[in-house]
Unconditional design. Sequence first.
Length: 302
Amino acid sequence: MTQSDWLVFGASGAVGRFLLGRLDARDETVLAVSRREPPAWSAALARVRWTRLDLFGERLDRGLRAARVLSAGPLDGFVDACLQADWPAGTRVVALSSMSAVTKQDSPDPAERALARRLVHAEEALVEAAAARGWRVTLLRPTLIWGAGMDRSLTALVELGRHWGMLPVPRGARGLRQPVHADDLAQAMIAAAGHPDLDRAVLPLPGGETLPFRDMLARSLAAAAPRVRLVQVPDLLAWPAIWLLGRLPGRAATLSAQLARTRQDLHVRDASGWERLGIVPRAFAPSAAAFEPQDASPLEFS
């Protein structure tokens, strides 16, 4: 049996990276689970041990357990692992879900609607399993995650701008966004694990600042790719082109749905999750490092 103070799934991801640094600083033992090899930055973590496991293709070692279990990776894979686990009653479980469970339910893209259904199903399955086995579970629903150079939204757009030397955006892309920093979520997970009154709670965790999509993108480029021009395309040209893109199969339809949402407000008015955890999320003030690969960089907290 492998026993640690903390068991962390999704350890090599954006939130997992900050989680491990913060837990290591507490001088408590951590067992990090990831399907990837330990990244270079993990060599500095004295109290963290790694085990490789693909939750989508391998069975969970039933000896992997801890009093506090954190999932910072894909929720559906984690729930499948939970159904194989023999964790005792009283185990504290905190898992990241996503506000996409709500905001993508009515997306024009079938793949995004399917994602929303998977998230809701995984949330319900985890709560049911916890109730049956006596675990104390809390689910966290963040908005758009940034800060570790690993996201597929802002970082991907910055990279696209670097490749093209410019980045077109509809002039009407002023839908509101609330980017939330990965380190703020790491703090939230640790705080939730120690909170006495969050059993079966589902906490929305929006970012600390609400701003239009176009402004969020402009700040990202200013920080990480200042030579890239943000080109505003007139709406009379942009929206018909986006509609036509949505008629194409595969990735084109998904990209169309993403662009179409840039004029929709996806902000969350409920910030009670942060209040219950005693954390104030940071505003969106990115540096260049927030959009760079983090494999070899030192851990930095603020």
